[in-house]
Design a protein around this ligand. Structure first.
Ligand code: SF4
Length: 196
């Protein structure tokens, strides 16, 4: 039987020492992810670390991260510490550019391994990059968000990336922010449904 704790530790160390792609040259810290590793029902996946994440080694701690916490806790009544938060690539792409295909490919094994160990019931993808990583689809997030999809038997739920919401502040009905408020409530309802 797999010892989950030691497998998790070993994976974390491999990421810390990883030099499989160019991003290792410019990173300060790898950002492995954080959250519960036992009985983890929901995993959020973003695209990659930003500046503050790169300096602290923690995911979603900058302005977008604070907004994500707000959406979770105020919009959905879901404690941030109750979900696992990770990214497709574990090192910061310079100037916050999108990760390149070869970088995502090189890093894929780590996210795959994290999901294998966590075995969540729900994965929430934040924005285009992680949604495409999971679904291998060219469809944009605007067409995918708020839908319950399937990834290897796990419920997959795309939402807007909080950085996108920071650039689109309108709260009018039909705006990305108001759609996100609807999405987080749908997520909360699904979590409750799975608990019953
Ligand atoms: S982004 Fe992933 S594959 Fe590239 S160096 Fe960092 S941990 Fe390794």
């Amino acid at each position: 039987m797999i010892d989950i704790n030691s497998a998790w530790q070993e994976l974390r160390q491999r990421v810390e020492q990883c030099k499989k792609c160019e991003l290792c040259k410019t990173r300060h810290k790898t950002v492995f992810g954080e959250g519960p590793t036992e009985n983890c029902k929901v995993v959020f996946v973003g695209e990659g670390p930003g500046e503050e994440e790169d300096m602290t080694g923690r995911p979603f701690v900058g302005a977008a991260g604070q907004l994500l916490t707000n959406i979770l806790e105020k919009g959905g009544g879901i404690l941030r510490k109750s979900v696992y938060i990770a990214n497709v690539v574990k090192c910061r792409p310079p100037n916050n550019r999108d990760p390149k295909e070869n970088e995502m490919l090189a890093c894929s094994e780590y996210l795959e391994a994290q999901l294998l160990l966590l075995r969540p019931q729900i994965v929430v993808t934040l924005g285009n990059v992680p949604t495409r990583w999971f679904l291998k689809s060219d469809k944009g997030i605007t067409n995918m968000r708020g839908q319950w999809l399937d990834w290897r038997g796990i419920k997959l739920f795309p939402m807007y990336h909080p950085s996108y919401l920071l650039r689109n502040q309108s709260r009018e009905k039909g705006s990305p922010k108001s759609q996100t408020w609807d999405d987080i409530k749908a997520l909360r309802n699904k979590i409750k449904e799975l608990e019953n």
